[in-house]
Design a protein around this ligand. Structure first.
Ligand SMILES: Cc1cc2nc3c(=O)[nH]c(=O)nc-3n(C[C@H](O)[C@H](O)[C@H](O)COP(=O)(O)OP(=O)(O)OC[C@H]3O[C@@H](n4cnc5c(N)ncnc54)[C@H](O)[C@@H]3O)c2cc1C
Length: 363
């Protein structure tokens, strides 16, 4: 009988956030790599929701989701697109729930949590998940959300509202994201895509206007708040000398800010293609074509944010629910891409083709 003598390769992951813990949770599937997490004691980040569409690489997250919706809407002043997908429902999971589950699995698999990096010469893979640097002037997704409780019958729990453009468009592309967890509880977020953050009152006024004027709720209570800023673009790494994972490994989709699904895709790829004696293959989970198209798209949104309601409703109208979920999860083939391109306003995108998001901001 031959015995595999290849020694287990040490893999040290800096940071115990989404990427670090999601990889550590899968340590049992990596018998030839010994994962450790570099997690100095610090404050636990506030809880928030991660949204994603159910995909084959997301079974564990889908089953831990708080809610799944097989229907969602994209709404503007003159369009209201309803999508349906039983195969790829939209899911919402709490950050704390996912990270606690991952930590439990990691500890059960004997993954050590170290306060600092110990260099284990001669062969050691270091994966850095510390946040990437964000250059000045970059396009950002910035948002404030309130989880509200209102009388029974206030929300339609069958349908998530991914974008509702019936809100103030004076400061850039702005939409309301509304996830109804039940008929009396919903997360309502005011979200902008623009290079400038706004005073918190702007987002809060947009949420309260939406609740009173669009949802028509005379009374409600705010039970939880969340906020965030996600850089939109192709980012450099926290330390150019170290390989990245998660947001620092290029997982944020530049055109949408979605990252959770892509982090899990990046990790699934590394686990599936791991080879004994070699570093884990952790790569950017987007194709060069997608990144190029996203630079064009961001250039259009930067110059013509007024077109955003038209662009997103046209894209949604051109696709079925399944196609929309697949497109936003980075799995679109030529047919879906063609439908999206044909639905876009041609002149602004032609201009974006020749003047995409500048290289200095995009790399
Ligand atoms: C409020 C919010 C809502 C979001 N919502 C969504 C969503 O709905 N859908 C979606 O797809 N994406 C969403 N994102 C984007 C993305 O999914 C998250 O940013 C995700 O957490 C990125 O995972 P990560 O592991 O790369 O970074 P993080 O989860 O931020 O982990 C980085 C870790 O590095 C640690 N660290 C920092 N410095 C050091 C150091 N010196 N040494 C050791 N550790 C260090 C931090 O403490 C942290 O634990 C959201 C982001 C935010 C902020």
């Amino acid at each position: 009988m031959s015995v595999d003598k290849t020694p287990s390769m040490p893999v040290s992951v800096i940071g115990a956030g989404c990427a670090g813990l999601s990889l550590a949770a899968r340590a049992a599937e990596l018998p030839n790599h010994s994962i450790s997490l570099i997690a100095p004691h610090g404050e636990t980040p506030a809880d928030h929701i991660w949204g994603f569409w159910a995909m084959p690489w997301l079974h564990a997250a889908t089953s831990a989701a708080r809610t799944q919706w097989t229907q969602w809407r994209i709404i503007s002043a003159d369009h209201n697109i309803l999508h349906q997908s039983d195969t790829h429902p939209y899911c919402a999971i709490h950050r704390h729930r996912w990270l606690q589950e991952c930590e439990k699995k990691a500890r059960a698999n004997g993954v050590p949590f170290e306060p600092e990096l110990v260099v284990q010469a001669p062969v050691q893979q270091i994966l850095d998940s510390r946040p990437p640097p964000v250059p000045d002037g970059m396009m950002l997704q910035h948002f404030v959300g309130w989880e509200v409780t209102a009388p029974a019958g206030s929300f339609d729990p069958t349908t998530a509202i991914l974008m509702d453009y019936r809100c103030d468009q004076s400061q850039g592309m702005h939409f309301i994201y509304c996830l109804p967890f039940s008929d009396c509880q919903a997360l309502i977020e005011s979200t902008l895509f623009s290079p400038e953050l706004l005073p918190s009152g702007f987002y809060e006024t947009a949420i309260s206007d939406y609740v009173t004027m669009i949802c028509k709720l005379p009374e409600y209570e705010v039970s939880r708040r969340e906020s965030g800023v996600i850089p939109l673009g192709v980012l450099g790494r926290h330390d150019p000398g170290l390989a990245g994972i998660g947001a620092n490994g290029g997982a944020i989709r530049p055109s949408s800010g979605y990252a959770f699904s892509f982090i899990q895709k990046q990790i699934a790829h590394a686990v599936t293609h791991a080879v004994a004696g070699k570093p884990l293959p952790v790569g950017v989970p987007h194709s060069a074509f997608e990144l190029w198209m996203d630079r064009i798209f961001l250039a259009v949104l930067r110059r013509r944010p007024d077109l955003a309601p038209r662009i997103f409703t046209a894209m949604a109208a051109a696709l079925t629910g399944d196609e929309f979920a697949i497109f936003l999860s980075g799995e679109a083939g030529a047919k879906i891409w063609l439908k999206v391109i044909m639905a876009m306003p041609k002149l602004p995108f032609l201009r974006g083709l020749f003047h995409p998001e500048p290289k200095a901001l995009a790399s």
